[in-house]
Design a protein around this ligand. Structure first.
Ligand code: HEC
Ligand code: HEC
Length: 370
């Protein structure tokens, strides 16, 4: 490892894994930041992929921090507060020593960056779980908590941007002071050896160490794969009453009762004789049964996003789901031509794009425009 490729004047400081981790993290965080800050909700799936890659890299980096090469180990760069403050004092007075690995301030930055990205991952999963009922926390957090969770996630994201700016400023400052290109060392892995450097001692036991790393990585891979293949539970929604399924799907897709509050179903079932310009009336007994079932399973009983954003107001001109402010805002990016296409036919034909529409879930990962 390290020692094989060193010569008298240079040291391989950053092993290949540390370098791949560093630039992989730059790329995945860039994807998450651009989709999160600049692009709209259509990009949530890409955002989640970028964030998951970043978290996966960090998980492996933490394992590597305990079992990797000399300068990759936390023990070589995590230092107590006194040493960090002492080093800061030396920097301010221009007397600092050169560390061949991370200096104490750089080490602190590594920890801060790892911690903030991990917190972003947890808060992001919480937002996704609360608002879209998707991801690992889907059924742990109620929809009503999505607002403040989103604020925490956004604040952390701004904090990360600030840390990244500080990190780059630190690298530029240190590169100038030491007259070396630190960004290039993170590509090549190599740094020049100089008198007075603080050098860490390589650790022995290469074989047993490799076996341990292999075991931990394999365990991690099996765990991640296992978690990804777990079946996703369905939202707790009622099974369709056969009468409703039959009568209410004659002219259009089945609208799940959780899409509208009980008062809207009461209105819709009371006005079936003039139902969006059609006569959808039924005998009194069937109408009463359908009304009771729709009202008993209305939006008030579900915890999905779709159960929290739609409400009609016929007097105010909001006669259908597609008239609501939420629907318009969320589907603004789609052209008229898409809705008029043969495969979609109408805005109200949700199931053409939302595979899970009839379940009432409307998971953002189940959207596909035909
Ligand atoms: C005779 C045909 C017909 C039958 C039967 C029918 N509907 Fe409709 N329904 C329509 C039409 C037409 C529309 C308007 C579609 C549009 O907006 O594109 C509509 C719209 C709706 C909407 C609003 C959709 C939106 O985009 O917001 C709901 C909710 C609805 N129907 C519920 C029901 C229920 C519940 C039943 C069963 C009692 C039912 N419908 C039976 C014809 C029918
Ligand atoms: C032409 C395709 C299309 C049709 C038809 C359509 N949608 Fe959508 N819908 C989308 C797209 C694309 C998105 C954005 C996906 C995202 O937010 O990640 C979306 C987003 C949503 C969301 C937000 C999901 C989330 O949690 O982020 C809801 C809720 C939703 N649609 C409800 C409806 C309802 C109700 C209907 C029918 C009345 C409907 N949509 C019809 C394409 C469609």
């Amino acid at each position: 490892m390290d020692t094989c490729t060193e010569n008298l004047n240079t040291v391989v400081v950053w092993d290949p894994y540390v370098r791949i981790f560093h630039w992989g993290l730059v790329a995945s965080i860039a994807v998450a930041a651009i989709t999160g800050f600049l692009l709209g909700p259509y990009w949530i799936p890409v955002h989640v992929v970028g964030a998951s890659l970043a978290l996966g890299l960090i998980l492996l980096r933490i394992i590597w921090g305990f079992s990797g090469g000399t300068y990759a180990r936390f023990s070589s760069f995590v230092m107590g507060p006194l040493r960090v403050l002492g080093y800061l004092g030396d920097v301010l007075t221009g007397r600092e020593t050169r560390y061949i690995g991370h200096n104490p301030l750089g080490g602190l930055m590594v920890l801060a960056l790892l911690a903030v990205v991990i917190m972003l991952g947890f808060s992001g999963a919480a937002v996704l779980g609360a608002s879209s009922k998707a991801g690992p926390l889907a059924f742990a957090i109620p929809y009503k908590d999505s607002g403040w969770l989103r604020e925490i996630h956004e604040t952390l994201a701004l904090g990360l941007m600030l840390l990244i700016a500080l990190h780059i400023a630190g690298v530029v400052f240190e590169s100038r002071r030491q007259r070396e290109n630190l960004a290039r060392s993170m590509v090549t892995g190599i740094k020049e050896r100089r008198d007075g450097d603080v050098i860490s001692v390589p650790r022995a036991g290469l074989v047993s160490q490799s076996i341990r790393i292999g075991a931990i990585w394999l365990g991690g891979a099996v765990l991640i794969a296992g978690l990804s293949f777990l079946p996703v539970p369905r939202p707790p929604v009622a099974e369709y009453d056969p009468l409703v399924a039959e009568e209410c799907s004659a002219c259009h897709m089945l609208y799940h009762p959780s899409l509208l509050p009980a008062k809207d179903w009461e209105h819709i079932t009371a006005t079936l004789a003039d139902h969006y310009g059609e006569d959808a009336s039924l005998d009194d007994e069937s109408t009463a049964k359908i009304r009771d079932w729709l009202m008993a399973n209305a939006a008030e009983t579900a915890d999905t996003r779709a159960a929290n954003v739609f409400q009609l107001n016929p007097a105010g001109g909001i006669k259908s789901l597609t008239d609501t402010a939420f629907w318009r805002a969320r589907h603004r990016g789609l052209s008229d031509a898409i809705f008029k296409s043969k495969a979609v036919r109408a805005r109200s034909n949700c199931v053409a794009c939302h595979e899970d529409a009839e379940s009432g879930w409307f998971n953002p990962f189940q959207v596909e425009i035909p």
